[in-house]
Design a protein around this ligand. Structure first.
Ligand code: BGC
Length: 759
C-alpha cells in the first residue's frame, strides 16, 4: 500500500500529462472495433468471457503444466481464447477451425510462441543483437521473424524481453539488451516496430509482448526467479524506461514477471500493472501472466490457494492467465462473490479482443498455409550481416586480425567451431540445426578460397573433465601458423531461463585447453561464444586476439569467417560490463559515486597504506571491469577531438519548458587504413543535484561509417528528455546542476566538456 502511494503521488501528475500527449496506436483507437467488441460483450456468457482470459501451452513447458489437454473441447465451448507453442500452419489452422466453426460466437484464437531472436531464420541471441547498437537492423530482423511466424499462423510473440540486467550471473541476461536503459529503450522500440510493422493488421505483422514487467533482471545473486529489491527511484530511472518505450512504440501486450519486487510479487502488483502501466502510460493492450506466475503466488506466500491467487493477480491488473489454471476454474466464483467486478472482466476481455481485431483475426483467422519451410536467401543474408555487426573485438595485439590466410595454415580448435545446434542459442523457435553453417565449414571454404589451409581439432567438449583431445589440439597448433580457438558456454544449459551461473569462467576444462594450446607458442585468436559476459582475465593477458561472438544464429560460420579473414570489420560494442571476477557482480558502468571513490590506477592489491585501504574498493581485485560498457575495437583506429558544446550554460527552467537545448559535438577521424563503422556514444554526468546521479549515463549513440582518412563531425542534441531525472520530490524533471558531457568510443574514455545548468 505504501509502495503504491509512493509510486503514485507526484508520478500521477507526470502520468496524466504523458497519457494526454502520447499518441495511441491505430489498433487501440478504431471506433468500429470498439463497437464490435461492445456487441460481442453483450452476447458473451461469463464463461466465454473468462475463456478469452486464458492461454494454455501445447507442450514445451518451462514450468509445471496445468494437467489440462482437452483444448479442443475447451475451444469448442469458448473456454480457451489463446494457445501457445503450436508452430505449423496445419496445427494452428486445425485448431482455428474449431474456434471459427464450432464455438458459439466464432471468436478466433490467438496463437503465441516465444519467437525471441527468429522463427525459422535464427538471428544472433538478443544480447548480441543489442551489441550491434543498430536499432534499424534489429527492426529488420524482428520483421523477418514476424513474416515467417505469421505464415504459420503464429501472430503473437513473447518478445521483446526488455529487462535491464546488471548481473552477468543471471542466465536471462542473454535475452535482453544489457545494462543500459537508454540503449535498452532504443532496441526495445525497434523490436516492436519490426514485429508489429506499420500496421498490426498487415498479414505479416504479429503482436509483440513486452516482458517481464518488471524488475525480473534484478534477481538477487543473479539466481533466476529470485526476489528483487529496487529503490523506487532506480525502478523509474533504470528498469521502467525500456518498458515505457515499447508502450510508446505501440506494443500490443505485456507479460507480468515472476519475481517479488520490493516484497510484492510482480504478477500481483497493482502499482506497476495498474498505476504505472495503465494510468500513467495509458497502455491499451492486455497483460498476460508469465508461465504459472499466478499459481506461484502460493509458494511466494501471498495466496493460500488458486482462488486467492486469481483474485490478487486479476485485481492487480493481469488480464490473462498463462498456465496457472487459476482464472479458468476460479474467476467466475470470484465474480459471483463480488471479489472481482464483472465490469473489470469486461475491460480485460475488451483488451484481448482489441488485439485480436487489431491483428485482423476476425476477418482472416487462418494462416495462408505457406509456413516457414526454408530460409529465404535475403533473410540468410540479413542474419549474416546482423551477426557480423554484433561481434565485439576485445583485444587485437599487433593487428593479429584480420588473418591473412594466403599460404598459411590455421588450426581451428574447439567444440563450438563445429556444433550447429549451439549456434542457435536459447529459445530457438522452429529453427533447425541443419540450416546452420558452422565455423568449421565456413572457415575451411573461405580460407581455401584464399589459398590458405585449415586443420580442425575438437580439443575438448564444453563440459567435460576428459583431456584426451588436448594432445591432438596442441599438435594441430604446432603444425600451424596461427590458432583460432572457439570456446564458450553451453547455450541451452547455461544461458536463458534457469541458466544462472555462480562461476563466470570458461566452463569445463576449456581454460586448460586454452593454456595448453597457447603454450605451443603460436599466435592465438580466442573466439568466445557466450550468452553473457565471462571472466577472461587469463586470456586478456596471454592471447593475441579475443573476439566475443555470442551465439550468432544460422549464419554463424560465414559471419565469423568474414570478420576473421577481413571481408568485414568488427563493429559491435559491449552492452554489458565484462568483469574481472564474479565477486564484482552486480557490475555496471552507470553506478553512483561513493563518498570514497577510487581510481584503479591508484590502488595496489593488497592495499599498502592506511589511506589506500579505507576506500570503496576490493582488497584483492580492481573495481573496474576488464572491458567496459560500450567497448569494442575494429580494424582501424578512430581519433576523437575533445567534446565541444554550443553553450557553457543552460537554464533548467527553459530546458524543462522545451525552449532550450544543447548541441554537443566532436570531430572524428579514421586514422587507420580501413573503412569502418564507428559507434559514437554520448555520455553525461550531473552533480550538485538533489539525489546522487550516475558517474556516467548514455544519452545518445550513432553508427558512423568512416572511409580511411575521412573526418566527420558528429553532433547530438541534449534537451529535457536527456537531462531530466527523478529527483528528491519524485518529479521527473531537469534540476540545476553541474553537467559534464563526453562524446566517446566507450563508457570509460573521452574528453569531456562542462556546462552549468542554472535555475
Ligand atoms: C518464461 C517466459 C516465456 C514463457 C512462455 C516462461 O517460463 O519466463 O519468458 O515467454 O515461459 O514460454
Amino acid at each position: 500500500m505504501r509502495f503504491l502511494k509512493l509510486l503514485g503521488c507526484c508520478a500521477l501528475l507526470a502520468s496524466i500529462m504523458a497519457a494526454q500527449t502520447s499518441t495511441l496506436p491505430s489498433w487501440a483507437t478504431d471506433p468500429q472495433t470498439e463497437t464490435r467488441i461492445d456487441s460481442l460483450l453483450k452476447q458473451m456468457t461469463l464463461d466465454e468471457k473468462i475463456g478469452q482470459l486464458i492461454t494454455y501451452s501445447q507442450g514445451a513447458p518451462t514450468g509445471p503444466g496445468t494437467g489440462r489437454s482437452n483444448y479442443k473441447e475447451m475451444v469448442e465451448k469458448g473456454q480457451l481464447g489463446s494457445i501457445f507453442n503450436l508452430t505449423t500452419s496445419d496445427e494452428t489452422n486445425a485448431m482455428q477451425k474449431i474456434a471459427m466453426e464450432k464455438s458459439r460466437l466464432h471468436i478466433p484464437l490467438l496463437f503465441g510462441l516465444d519467437i525471441i531472436h527468429g522463427f525459422r531464420t535464427e538471428f544472433p541471441v538478443p544480447l548480441a543483437m543489442a551489441a550491434t547498437w543498430d536499432p534499424a537492423i534489429v527492426e529488420r530482423a524482428a520483421h523477418v521473424a514476424a513474416k515467417e511466424a505469421s505464415h504459420s499462423g503464429v501472430r503473437w510473440t513473447y518478445s521483446p524481453m526488455v529487462d535491464i540486467s546488471r548481473d552477468a550471473r543471471w542466465g536471462r541476461i542473454v535475452e535482453g539488451a544489457g545494462e543500459d536503459p537508454y540503449l535498452g529503450s532504443a532496441v526495445a522500440a525497434a523490436y516492436i516496430r519490426g514485429y508489429q510493422g506499420t500496421k498490426l493488421s498487415d498479414p505479416e505483422s504479429i503482436a509483440a509482448c513486452t516482458k517481464h514487467f518488471v524488475g525480473y533482471g534484478a534477481a538477487e545473486g543473479g539466481r533466476d526467479y529470485n526476489t528483487a529489491e529496487i529503490s523506487l527511484r532506480t525502478l523509474r530511472q533504470v528498469y521502467l524506461p525500456p518498458f515505457q518505450a515499447t508502450v510508446q512504440a505501440g506494443a500490443a501486450s505485456f507479460m507480468s514477471a515472476f519475481e517479488a519486487l520490493n516484497t510484492i510479487p510482480a504478477s500481483a502488483n497493482s502499482s506497476t500493472l495498474t498505476q504505472v502501466l495503465r494510468k500513467e502510460w495509458n497502455f491499451q493492450g492486455f497483460v498476460t501472466s508469465d508461465w504459472n506466475s499466478i499459481g506461484e503466488l502460493i509458494p511466494q506466500g501471498v495466496a493460500a490457494n488458486h482462488t486467492v491467487a486469481a483474485a490478487k493477480a486479476f485485481n492487480a491488473g493481469v488480464d490473462m492467465d498463462m498456465e496457472s489454471n487459476a482464472y479458468g476454474p476460479h474467476l467466475a466464483e470470484l465474480v459471483k462473490s463480488g471479489v472481482v467486478k464483472e465490469s473489470a472482466v469486461d475491460e480485460s476481455v475488451r483488451r484481448v479482443l482489441r488485439v485480436k481485431f487489431g491483428l485482423g483475426l476476425f476477418d482472416r483467422p487462418y494462416s495462408d498455409g505457406k509456413g516457414a519451410n526454408a530460409i529465404a536467401p535475403e533473410d540468410a543474408e540479413l542474419a549474416r550481416k546482423v551477426a557480423e555487426e554484433s561481434f565485439v573485438l576485445l583485444k587485437n595485439d599487433g593487428n593479429t586480425l584480420p588473418l591473412s590466410a594466403s599460404g598459411k595454415t590455421i588450426a581451428l580448435i574447439g567444440h563450438l567451431a563445429d556444433d550447429a545446434q549451439q549456434m542457435l542459442g536459447s529459445w530457438s523457435a522452429i529453427s533447425k540445426a541443419g540450416d546452420v553453417v558452422t565455423l568449421r565449414t565456413a572457415l575451411i571454404k573461405q580460407a581455401e578460397g584464399l589459398r590458405g589451409h585449415v586443420i580442425y581439432s575438437r580439443g575438448t567438449e564444453i563440459l567435460t573433465t576428459s583431456d584426451k583431445g588436448f594432445a591432438d589440439a596442441v599438435a594441430a597448433a604446432k603444425k600451424s601458423d596461427i590458432v583460432v580457438l572457439a570456446l564458450g558456454e553451453d547455450a541451452n544449459l547455461m544461458t536463458g531461463e534457469a541458466g544462472s551461473r555462480a562461476h563466470l569462467e570458461l566452463p569445463g576444462n576449456q581454460q586448460q585447453l586454452l593454456e595448453a594450446v597457447a603454450a605451443a607458442g603460436k599466435p592465438v585468436v580466442l573466439l568466445v561464444f557466450s550468452g553473457r559476459p565471462l571472466v577472461l582475465n587469463w586470456a586478456s593477458q596471454h592471447v593475441a586476439a579475443i573476439m566475443e561472438v555470442w551465439f550468432p544464429g544460422v549464419q554463424a560460420g560465414p559471419a565469423i569467417a568474414d570478420v576473421l579473414l577481413g571481408a568485414s570489420a568488427p563493429s559491435g560494442r559491449l552492452t554489458t560490463s565484462f568483469p574481472r571476477a564474479v565477486g564484482q557482480q552486480p557490475l555496471y558502468y552507470n553506478h553512483f559515486n561513493t563518498g570514497r571513490p577510487t581510481r584503479d590506477t591508484d590502488l595496489t592489491h593488497p592495499p599498502k597504506s592506511f589511506a589506500e585501504k579505507f576506500m570503496s574498493r576490493y582488497v584483492d581485485e580492481q573495481n573496474s571491469p576488464l572491458y567496459p560498457f560500450g567497448y569494442g575495437l575494429t580494424y582501424s583506429t578512430v581519433s576523437y577531438s575533445p567534446t565541444s558544446v554550443s553553450s557553457a550554460s543552460l537554464s533548467a527552467k527553459s530546458v524543462n519548458a522545451g525552449t532550450e537545448k544543447l548541441t554537443v559535438s566532436a570531430e572524428l577521424k579514421n586514422t587507420g587504413g580501413r573503412a569502418v563503422d564507428e559507434v559514437v556514444q554520448l555520455y553525461i554526468r550531473q552533480v550538485n543535484t538533489s539525489v546522487v546521479r550516475p558517474v556516467r549515463e548514455l544519452k545518445g549513440f550513432q553508427r558512423v561509417a568512416l572511409a580511411p582518412g575521412a573526418s566527420q563531425k558528429v553532433e547530438f542534441t541534449i534537451g529535457r528528455d536527456e537531462l531530466k531525472f527523478w529527483g528528491l520530490d519524485m518529479k521527473d524533471q531537469v534540476e540545476p546542476a553541474a553537467l559534464t558531457v563526453w562524446i566517446a568510443p566507450d563508457s570509460a574514455s573521452g574528453k569531456p566538456a562542462s556546462v552549468a545548468i542554472s535555475e
